[in-house]
Structure formats: structure tokens, C-alpha cells
Design a protein. Structure first.
Length: 254
């Protein structure tokens, strides 16, 4: 999951960059509202009302390029993470016809093997990232046309695994406010059947300070990312997709 990886790397020295091509098997696409750290292609459809769902899924990320805080590009980089995610979603009766609900997301970040930046090994520590507490609302929801607009807010308290003496941490150890908006519409095919969708997402992140020790803290600049997905659904719960991510400007630390 590149977005988690990007967040924890910037906490130490810079920003990682990469591109991804994905194939996803959605366990239940109809029950997946947007999530922090970057939405997934099956986060667009509105979930049914008055349901509670708990599920576990796994994401993998790798990066071979690293950018320092001043923009210097470092090759010879090898960082890999495996991120199992525990998630609980609850929805309520619609408000004026608009589906809404809340969710809690608990990611665990596991570094795989030796981690290198610019050809040199860097210290790393696996553990839980900050939990994400979220509320979401669908002001536009037209299932028969496969069209939705979703608004979501995520709050992450500084309660993950963090050690200031470690270069790569699972947690950023600060408050994170994440605002998200997504639009999904069918390009061709049948709603709830075989089809090609287009999804456009915008993410904004606002960070609190990280307390390293008494009287010493790090400040992280706000960041934003724009994501475009083109998922093709072979089955209502199975899709393959390509995606494009553009981050602006990317967190920096002072």
C-alpha cells in the first residue's frame, strides 16, 4: 500500500515515489466506503443501510526510488512493506436519501527484509500505524447508473508504533486529518455486472506536530493527492484495474 509507506518514510527523511499496476479481488465491493491513506477502486459504491461489517484484507507495497526533503532523487533504494488491515464499518438509515456511516481502520505495517535507501541500509521497526476513525456520506447515489459521489473524513490520533531513533517507523506519531472526495461512473457495460468504471479521487492531509522528545517536535506540511482508477469488473466482487496517482506537493518535514 504505497500511501502508508509514503507517510512513514516522510516522517524520517523524505518522500518515496512509485507507480502501481494492481489486480484486486474485492471481498464485498458493495460494503467498502472510502478509506484513508488513498482510496481503492472498489471504495466508490455506497454500502447498504443499517449493516455492520468487519473484515481483514492485506496490501503490499514496494519502492525503488526515494526523494529527500530538498527534492534530491536517490536510486539504489529497496523498501518493501506488507500491510494487513483490520476494518469495521457500520452504516445507518439514509439522511434525505443519502447513505452514510462510520468506520474504524487499524493497519499493521510489516517491513519485509533489509530496507535500503540510496544503497545504504536504514533502521526500521514494524508495528501498528495510527488507527483511522472515519465518517462518510454519499450526496449522490444512483446505483442503477453506477454513479456515486462520496465525501469522507478521517481522524488519526498519535497512538501507533513509533521510535524517534528509528529511520522507518510504522507510525507518524502525530494527529492526521484527512478529507476525501470521490466520483465514480460507469464508462460502459451494465451496472452490477461486467463493466468498466472511471473513478476520480482527491485527498487532502493536514498534520499535527510529532513530539520527538520534550521541547523537540517535527512539523509536517499539508499534502494532497489526486487518483484516477479505471477498474474493469468481471464480476460484482472481482475487478482488475489500472491507476494513476499524483501527489502535491508531498509531505516535508521541518
Amino acid at each position: 500500500m504505497f500511501e502508508y509507506f509514503s507517510g512513514k518514510v516522510t516522517r524520517s527523511v523524505g518522500v518515496a515515489a512509485g507507480a502501481a499496476f494492481g489486480v484486486a479481488l474485492a471481498v464485498s465491493s458493495m460494503m467498502q466506503p472510502a478509506r484513508a491513506g488513498g482510496p481503492l477502486p472498489y471504495d466508490g459504491p455506497a454500502p447498504p443501510p443499517n449493516v455492520s461489517v468487519a473484515f481483514l484484507y492485506n496490501q503490499f507495497a514496494s519502492a525503488s526510488t526515494f526523494y529527500t526533503a530538498n527534492g534530491t532523487k536517490l536510486g539504489n533504494t529497496h523498501i518493501q512493506t506488507d500491510v494487513p488491515v483490520l476494518r469495521f464499518v457500520h452504516t445507518f438509515s439514509p439522511i434525505d436519501g443519502m447513505p452514510w456511516g462510520v468506520q474504524v481502520i487499524a493497519p499493521y505495517v510489516s517491513f519485509l527484509g533489509n530496507q535500503e535507501v540510496g544503497g545504504g541500509s536504514v533502521s526500521h521497526q514494524s508495528g501498528f500505524a495510527e488507527p483511522q476513525l472515519s465518517a462518510f456520506l454519499y450526496p449522490v447515489n444512483h446505483p442503477s447508473q453506477d454513479e456515486t459521489v462520496v465525501l469522507a473524513y478521517f481522524l488519526s490520533p498519535p497512538s501507533g508504533s513509533y521510535n524517534p531513533s528509528i529511520a522507518l517507523n510504522a507510525s507518524t506519531n502525530n494527529w492526521v486529518n484527512n478529507f476525501e472526495i470521490g466520483y465514480m461512473h460507469k464508462v460502459f457495460g451494465q451496472a452490477k455486472g461486467k463493466r468498466l468504471d472511471l473513478e476520480v479521487w482527491a485527498d487532502g492531509y493536514f498534520y499535527g506536530n510529532t513530539n520527538v522528545q520534550t521541547g523537540v517536535h517535527l512539523k509536517t506540511d499539508p499534502a494532497a493527492q489526486f487518483i484516477v482508477y479505471a477498474p474493469y469488473y468481471f464480476h460484482p466482487q472481482t475487478d482488475a484495474y489500472v491507476g494513476l496517482v499524483s501527489a502535491h506537493p508531498g509531505p516535508s518535514i521541518s
